[in-house]
Design a protein around this ligand. Structure first.
Ligand SMILES: [Zn+2]
Ligand SMILES: [Zn+2]
Length: 74
């Protein structure tokens, strides 16, 4: 069974796949979408089906890991 890499959209074959958080990635595709740092399978954050390092994830989503809505600012 061939899965598709959520980053580049190409098939990921068993021998080369890197499984993390329930998805199969190419080893070179499993990197933070912001800083391009290589990520360790199972030890990174995920947002909108894309992998991020925990540092960029916290910067993007805030310490609670959620988007805050504008009404909270008023
Ligand atoms: Zn890929
Ligand atoms: Zn990052």
């Amino acid at each position: 069974m061939v899965g598709y890499c959520p980053i580049c959209g190409k098939p990921v074959y068993f021998a080369e796949r890197k499984r993390s958080l329930g998805r199969d990635y190419h080893p070179l595709c499993l990197k933070c979408q912001i800083c391009r740092r290589q990520l360790t399978a199972g030890q990174h954050a995920e947002h909108d089906e894309k992998p991020y390092c925990t540092y960029c994830y916290l910067k993007m989503c805030g310490p609670r890991g959620r988007h805050t809505h504008s009404h909270t600012y008023i």
